[in-house]
Each structure stands twice: as C-alpha cells, then as structure tokens.
Design a protein around this ligand. Sequence first.
Ligand SMILES: *[C@@H]1O[C@H](CO)[C@@H](O)[C@H](O)[C@H]1NC(C)=O
Ligand SMILES: *[C@@H]1O[C@H](CO)[C@@H](O)[C@H](O)[C@H]1NC(C)=O
Ligand SMILES: *[C@@H]1O[C@H](CO)[C@@H](O)[C@H](O)[C@H]1NC(C)=O
Ligand SMILES: *[C@@H]1O[C@H](CO)[C@@H](O)[C@H](O)[C@H]1NC(C)=O
Ligand SMILES: *[C@@H]1O[C@H](CO)[C@@H](O)[C@H](O)[C@H]1NC(C)=O
Ligand SMILES: *[C@@H]1O[C@H](CO)[C@@H](O)[C@H](O)[C@H]1NC(C)=O
Ligand SMILES: *[C@@H]1O[C@H](CO)[C@@H](O)[C@H](O)[C@H]1NC(C)=O
Ligand SMILES: *[C@@H]1O[C@H](CO)[C@@H](O)[C@H](O)[C@H]1NC(C)=O
Ligand SMILES: *[C@@H]1O[C@H](CO)[C@@H](O)[C@H](O)[C@H]1NC(C)=O
Ligand SMILES: *[C@@H]1O[C@H](CO)[C@@H](O)[C@H](O)[C@H]1NC(C)=O
Length: 580
Amino acid sequence: MRLILHKLVLAFMLLWLWFSSFIHVDAADDSLKPGDTLNSSSQLYSKSRTYYLQLFNYLEISSVYDDTVVWVGNREQSVNQSTADLSLNFSGVLKIESESLKKPIILYSPPQPINNTVATLLDTGNFVLQHLHSNGTNTLLWQSFDYPFATLIPTMKLGVNHKTGHRWLLYTQLTYGSAAPGAFSLEWEPRGQELMIRRRGKVCWKSGKLRNNRFEHIPEEAQGVLKYSIVSNGDEDTFSFTSTNENITHFWSLSGTGRLSYNYEEGYVARADLCYGYNNTEGGCQRWQDIPKCRIPGDVFTKKSLRSNYQNVTFDNDKNISYSDCEAACWSDCNCNGFTEIYDDGSGCIFYQWNSSKDYIVDATVSGEDIYLLENKGNIIAHRHGTKRWIWISPVIATSLLILCASILCLAIKKRKHVLQEKKRKEMSLIEDFGNDLNKKHGLKVLDYTLVVAATNEFSSDNKLGQGGFGPVYKVWELWKDDKYFELVDPSLNEVFDHEEVQRCIHIGLLCVEHYANDRPTMSDIISILTSKSPIVSLPLKPAFYIQRYMYNENLSSLELCTGSTVEITSSTIEMTTST
Ligand SMILES: *[C@@H]1O[C@H](CO)[C@@H](O)[C@H](O)[C@H]1NC(C)=O
Ligand SMILES: *[C@@H]1O[C@H](CO)[C@@H](O)[C@H](O)[C@H]1NC(C)=O
Ligand SMILES: *[C@@H]1O[C@H](CO)[C@@H](O)[C@H](O)[C@H]1NC(C)=O
Ligand SMILES: *[C@@H]1O[C@H](CO)[C@@H](O)[C@H](O)[C@H]1NC(C)=O
Ligand SMILES: *[C@@H]1O[C@H](CO)[C@@H](O)[C@H](O)[C@H]1NC(C)=O
Ligand SMILES: *[C@@H]1O[C@H](CO)[C@@H](O)[C@H](O)[C@H]1NC(C)=O
Ligand SMILES: *[C@@H]1O[C@H](CO)[C@@H](O)[C@H](O)[C@H]1NC(C)=O
Ligand SMILES: *[C@@H]1O[C@H](CO)[C@@H](O)[C@H](O)[C@H]1NC(C)=O
Ligand SMILES: *[C@@H]1O[C@H](CO)[C@@H](O)[C@H](O)[C@H]1NC(C)=O
Ligand SMILES: *[C@@H]1O[C@H](CO)[C@@H](O)[C@H](O)[C@H]1NC(C)=O
C-alpha cells in the first residue's frame, strides 16, 4: 500500500488549475495577448508541453518532465499569490501586479506604446514577447533567456552581448525560500574561452579549455550527450549547449553550495563547493592569494553530526547571507571551527568555536547536531565507542523515517505491487510538493536547509527531500489528532484500504518522532505492533519540533537563546540499540 504524501485536495486543486488555464486565459494555451492576465489559477504550456509558466509567489517556468524550476521572473521580490497576476496590456507592457506590491514589477515596457504584441512560452523554455507587424513578421522585444536564473537549459546563452553590453550569467538562489541571487555565479569567460564559477566575485573554478567538444575539467559523463556552441564575433561572445539525444533532457543547475549539477543532481559538472583556493588545483579549482595562515591544504568543511560538551557560539543573523557566506566567514576566521545556518530557509550563520577536539564527539555512527566542521582530510581522529553500537537519530532523520519507514513497513505487510513503480525521486518531489502546499496554504514553516541536507543524505543523494520534511509531520499530527488520518492516504487507492492498518502505521510513525526518547518505541516494539492486532497503548504527543522550529527568530539577540535551542534539539535525539 502506498501511504500518502499526496493530498486529495492538492490533486483536486491541480485538476482545477488545469481547467482554469483554459477558462481564464483568453488566449492560446502557450501565449498571452494584450489584455490577458495570468494568475495563480492558470498556467501557460509551451506548444509541445515541454515547459510551463505559472505565477505563485514567483513567476516561474518549470520543466514538465520533473517540475524543475528553470526560470524565475521576479527573483528579487516575491509576491502574494492570492492577489498577483501577470498581464500584457495594450501598451505592450508585460508586468506582475499584486496588492502586496507598491508598484508593479515591470518585466518589459516599450519606449513607445505598442498595441500589437504577444507573449509566448516556447518549447525551448524561453518566454518571449514579440511585436507583430502587419506584414506578418515579428520583432523580439524581450525574452526570459536574457535573465537567467540558476539553471542553464539547452540553447540558453551565457556570455556577453557586445552591442548592448548585456551579460548573461547564472546566479544561485540565495536560500531555499528565496529566489534572490546568491553567492555563486556561472559565467562564460570570453578571453579564456572557458566556463567559470565565481563566489561573490572571486573565481573558484574554471572549466579549462575546450578541445574536441570537451572541457578539460568537466567529467565525461556530464558532457557526453552535449554539443557546445560557442559564438565569438563583434556582436557577442557566448556559450550554449544542446543535447545530441533529444530524448535526454539536460540541465545544469548551480546550487547554493557552489556545486554545478546536471540532470537534477544525477551527477556533477563542477564542484566549486570543494574549492578552497589551496595549491591543489585538481578538478578546475583555482588558487587564491589570501588564504589565512591558519588554514592548510586539506582543511575542508565536512558535514558532521556531533555532540558538543562545550562550545562558544557567535552568529550573524543577516538574512541576506547563506551557506557559502557562512563557510567563507568561518574559514577566514582562525577561531572558527564550524558553522551552520540559523533560519529555516538556510539564511544567517551560527559559528562554533571549540577550544579543542575534546570538546565534541564526532562519530560516524552518531547523529547529533548537524554542523559543517572544519577538519583536515586524512587527519581526522576517529572516536570509537565500546561494544554497543549506538545510533542517534535526530528528529529530522526520524521525520524522514516516519515518512519512509511507515510506507515501507505498510508495504511489507500488504505487499501491494504498485508502490515501487515510481522512482524515489518522484516520492521526494511529492514530499516537497506536500510541504510547499502546506506552506502556501497554511503558512506552516517547513524544513531548515541544513537539516534537510542532513536528513536526505542519510537516505538518498537527492537532497530535494528538503523543504517539505517537517510539513508532513505537522500535518500528520494534525490530521491524526482530528481523526482525519485517512486524508493522508494516496487517493489512487480509491478508498480501498484497511482503515485500522493505516491508522496503526501513522500512529507508529508519530510515536517515532516523540520529543523524548523514552516515549518512542524501540524497533522491536514497532515490529510487534505491526504484526499483532493488539491496540497501541501510548498516544503520540505533538511532535517536538512542532514548537521548536520557531525558536530562532529575527530578534535573536542573546547567546543563551542560541545555545539554548541547540541543547533542546540535541536532547531530543533518540537512541536505538542494535545488537552487534
Ligand atoms: C484568476 O482570474 C480569474 C479570472 O479573472 C478569477 O476568476 C480567479 O478568481 C482568479 N484566481 C485567483 C486565485 O485570483
Ligand atoms: C496575501 O493576500 C491575502 C488576501 O489579500 C491575505 O489574506 C494574506 O494574508 C496575504 N498573505 C501574505 C503572506 O501577505
Ligand atoms: C500598461 O501598463 C503601464 C504600466 O503600468 C501603464 O503605464 C499603461 O498606461 C498601461 N497601458 C494601458 C493601455 O493600460
Ligand atoms: C491598436 O491600435 C490600432 C491603431 O492605433 C487601433 O485601431 C486598434 O483598435 C488598437 N487595438 C486595440 C485592441 O486597442
Ligand atoms: C515588416 O514591418 C516592419 C515594421 O513595419 C518592418 O520593420 C519590417 O522590415 C517589415 N518586414 C518585411 C519583410 O517587410
Ligand atoms: C527518441 O525516442 C523516440 C521514441 O521513443 C525514438 O524513436 C528515437 O529513436 C529516440 N531518439 C534517440 C536519439 O534516441
Ligand atoms: C602554494 O603555492 C605558492 C605559489 O606557487 C607557494 O608560494 C606556496 O608556498 C604554496 N603553498 C603551499 C602550502 O604549498
Ligand atoms: C568566545 O569567542 C569569542 C571570539 O573568538 C572570544 O572573544 C570569547 O572570549 C570566547 N568566549 C569564551 C567563553 O570562550
Ligand atoms: C538584504 O537585501 C535586500 C535586497 O537586496 C536589501 O534591501 C536589504 O537591505 C538587505 N538586508 C541586509 C540586512 O543587508
Ligand atoms: C575554552 O576557552 C575559554 C577561553 O580561553 C575558557 O574560558 C573556557 O573555560 C575553555 N573551555 C574549556 C571547556 O576548556
């Protein structure tokens, strides 16, 4: 049986969106004519349905294939989706308006009013505004490809237009929650004829020269199906690619850590996240002059789960900085040994300072607090514990366990066939959608980026589990409490399921994320509950982080609050003893 992660309401909503896209937009499915508006109940689809455009908090173009957002129109300023619309008016002005905005976000405004225009989403994923002439020809007025987001898609250019001086480059998203430009950029460097990743202006990585359609520092598998197109003339110096196999979609996405991935994190094109400026320039990393004396080659940040005996914590609650800024700041400060983000969306920094490695315990089998710890590769002291193997599971991981284990366990009992049909990725994206949906509709906070990475790394390389991670738990608990747990069941089961069994699975899942370890069932308890029909004695309480996620707030001003909540989170780890 496939449990959940999918809400009936959501399904209906999507269906309705679908319908409304035909009802409300008085235009072809793929374009806006003057006078047309597009709001959150409608979408534009490109002619062959390869991409779609929609307006929620952001105006987004996404791939139909897997819903990856490839372009965002209003990066700097999100809007309130309940009142926002995109319109093309009779003056040829393409704009986003919302009650939450003082003035509209103008995507394009012609020097003189033009009344015969059309805005079309093309099959390449390019959203273009054209002037239609009476002789049947068109002129391009504006195109989304001129304002890249964090993803490079086939035929989209990087480089510079010498005529207008316009530069095309990708910028990472600042945080999970904000599309605003972050620290890393991907650029085409015309003089060297190579690709380059910068972090806040500083060059971290270079692709090396192109020979035989291959860049020196890009792995073969990442460029195997690509055909590069480099244009260098008086008009422009640009780079773009196409896929030689039309059936394989190929995108390059630049993440907030500086990693350039292809095809939804399947593999990497560049690992600027591993570049620290040391002399070792393997893989295209660049050397920097300003390396602090206290840092030596091999010093790198590694995500660790650790328990701390003593720590000195400082923080920077600037919401305009995120992961890589924290990393850079910690790396340049010789007192800093580790960092993590403050806010749920991954912004702000907490810096850790330990007097010595005796102040904390790191163990591969220990999962405590997730911190990016500065260590020297090859010089890591292994801490081992006695005969018992302890597995500490943080609430986040437990959350994922709740979701994954509950489905898996129920599956094992029912042996229904269709669960494994979909890829893991699809499930992850469902979880994410679920979270987004909750966030949009109920304003519920969703998961902290660092925690996301932690949770997903435990189970999958796909760190997109992310945003929604906590969402389902809030919701599950709420629904369970209101006796509406059946809403969690996949609608495709058409109500054909054993209510008691579903209730049992959800109940167990909730018990697994209890605040106090003593309240949580052991693995053997779980198995006995699942295999017997006897009623479950203990009732789940509200999940711990239901409240705790709000502990960090904007007015964060005292160290106590910071360390206090750290302790809170650490103390809510659970123990599972496995016999060795
Ligand atoms: C979108 O526009 C249509 C037609 O103008 C309107 O009926 C509908 O309520 C709008 N939806 C939202 C969410 O504003
Ligand atoms: C968005 O607008 C609606 C209706 O005006 C309002 O109820 C809601 O609080 C707004 N949401 C945000 C996040 O401002
Ligand atoms: C189109 O929008 C622009 C910008 O908001 C406005 O100045 C102009 O008057 C509008 N034109 C028409 C015909 O409504
Ligand atoms: C566009 O401009 C032409 C000529 O100025 C005018 O005849 C026509 O009515 C305008 N169309 C619209 C839809 O306003
Ligand atoms: C069509 O009309 C536009 C504007 O009137 C003009 O710039 C263009 O050269 C014309 N094209 C042809 C093929 O006549
Ligand atoms: C792409 O898929 C179609 C239909 O499955 C197939 O006919 C075609 O040969 C494929 N093209 C390539 C390059 O693999
Ligand atoms: C790195 O290279 C620079 C210049 O080549 C050299 O001066 C420096 O000593 C090197 N540092 C290390 C740690 O090898
Ligand atoms: C904490 O770190 C700051 C900055 O390095 C330092 O000034 C302060 O003395 C430290 N406090 C303790 C208690 O170690
Ligand atoms: C964050 O960035 C926004 C927009 O770039 C700016 O308005 C704001 O002042 C910045 N805030 C801080 C604390 O730097
Ligand atoms: C760490 O160093 C600070 C400052 O020197 C000192 O106050 C503190 O007691 C030390 N903590 C431990 C656990 O040694």
